[in-house]
Design a protein around this ligand. Structure first.
Ligand code: PA5
Length: 434
């Protein structure tokens, strides 16, 4: 299929035209809750208009800071968890590939920390950066999240020892709340350069704020092209048009499938570089919809890799799932399969074929196999992966998520459930109450 825009294909979704028609009113009601800002959590909708209202001065500063980082370091460590790192990681992998750190010449290597509490992870990371020049970008909206706070404390001490306190403070960049939280206070005290996460943008919706944009710019991603994609997405997807707006189509389809007891959605990709888009997507949908005893469980697989591990279940296991497949129409890089004189592996029938051609046949074959196994498949066709389509795709998922959450009858913009583990962990650790 040749496409010039992101297109959603519902042909194999097992959803009838009548079901789609009958869901129009409900979908548009939720669409209005989002756009008119009249639904629950409406004080967290700052990301919706961001494509139109972002601060151009701040973007200039982001680019200047990225340039400074590039001039002064060969490693940038991005410290953050959840929405404070997944978007940047997804962008760097999708746009620069899985081997960015090994291949980069003009831009710093980017490592992520503070997204776990593993001692060995951080210890090994310290080994990796031993002889390198380092900058840190610590990202936390609340400024109090345990995982990034611990990593920052350790890495800050390391960098202060390495460069001295004064120089270290020029190498630390903080992305946090405008006025609250420990990080804000510390930045004031130490004179770190800070970037603001707007009050009305929650973590998992913050990729197009400095949270995602600074690490992206540091990795040489063209953030102007990202904003172009975002602006076009905003124009297209804000149209109240049930038949044409792909956000309405996707949200409506998810709602119909959920009511047909399809409680698990698997986001499928055929490109390893897209696997962190899935991680980002899982947080987005999991935290937005999984509440009040409701919600589709968001899962993901990387094909063809996981066809050798999860393929059996999807084909043949319990029928409570559906797949949403990311289909890249074009891929810049490719290789030709060579002819082999002996043909012992019996692959000569593919000699002269490109790998991406074989991959596309794996996709077609798998979609039809899973559909024949009664797994509804929604296909999201993407012309190619670049800054422009990356932004459009992620914004499409964000808007659809808002609509879909309202259709489910939950507040898509809070996450009360994530506090429970923290309460237990703090009490086990003997954290003093303030
Ligand atoms: O979506 C959310 O708000 C959360 O999952 C946060 O992204 C995550 O908990 C990190 O929070 P913070 O940026 O405050 O450290």
């Amino acid at each position: 299929m040749d496409c010039k825009n992101i297109i959603i294909d519902m042909e194999r979704s097992f959803i009838t035209k009548d079901e789609i028609r009958n869901n129009k009113e409900k979908t548009l009601e939720s669409y209005e809750l989002l756009y008119n800002k009249t639904g629950e959590g409406n004080n967290f909708l700052g990301w919706v208009n961001l494509p139109d209202s972002y601060d151009k001065e701040e973007h200039k500063e982001i680019k200047e800071t990225a340039h400074y980082i590039r001039k002064n370091s060969n490693v940038l460590i991005v410290i953050g968890i959840g929405g404070s790192y997944l978007g940047a990681k997804a962008a760097i992998e999708a746009l620069k590939g899985n081997f960015y750190n090994e291949l980069t010449k003009d831009f710093p290597q980017i490592y992520f920390a503070g997204n776990n509490i593993s001692g060995s992870y951080l210890k090994r990371l310290l080994r990796v950066i031993e002889d390198k020049d380092i900058c840190l970008n610590v990202i936390s909206k609340s400024g109090t999240t345990t995982e990034p706070a611990i990593a920052f404390r350790i890495l800050r001490e390391y960098i202060e020892r390495k460069y001295g306190k004064k120089e270290a403070s020029k190498r630390i960049f903080v992305t946090t709340d405008k006025q609250n939280g420990a990080l804000k206070k510390l930045s004031e005290k130490k004179g770190y350069k800070t970037f603001i996460i707007p009050d009305n943008v929650g973590g998992r919706f913050s990729i197009f704020t400095p949270v995602g944009l600074l690490p992206m710019a540091a990795a040489g991603i063209d953030i102007d092209a990202v904003m172009n994609g975002l602006r076009d997405a905003y124009k297209e997807y804000s149209k109240k048009d049930y038949e044409e707006n792909i956000c309405c189509q996707y949200a409506s389809a998810r709602d119909i499938l959920y009511r047909k007891n399809k409680g698990i959605e698997i986001l499928v990709n055929y490109e390893p570089s897209l696997s962190f888009i899935s991680e980002w997507w899982k947080q987005l949908y999991g935290e937005s919809e999984g509440k009040d005893g409701k919600g589709i469980f968001p899962a993901s697989v990387n094909f063809s890799t996981d066809l050798h591990s999860m393929g059996q279940y999807i084909q043949d296991g319990r029928r409570h799932l559906f797949e949403t497949v990311l289909v890249l129409q074009e891929n810049e890089e490719d290789l030709v399969i060579p002819e082999d004189k002996y043909d012992l592996d019996k692959l000569n029938y593919l000699a002269g074929r490109k790998l991406n051609y074989v991959n596309s046949k794996a996709l077609e074959g798998t979609v039809s196999a899973h559909v024949s196994g009664n797994v509804p498949n929604i296909l999201i066709n993407i012309p190619r992966m670049n800054e422009y389509y990356f932004a459009k795709l992620l914004y499409f998922f964000m808007l659809s998520c808002g609509i879909s959450g309202y259709m489910l009858g939950v507040n898509p913009f809070n996450q009360p459930g994530v506090e429970t583990y923290k309460k237990n962990m703090f009490s086990l650790l003997g954290k003093p109450s303030i």
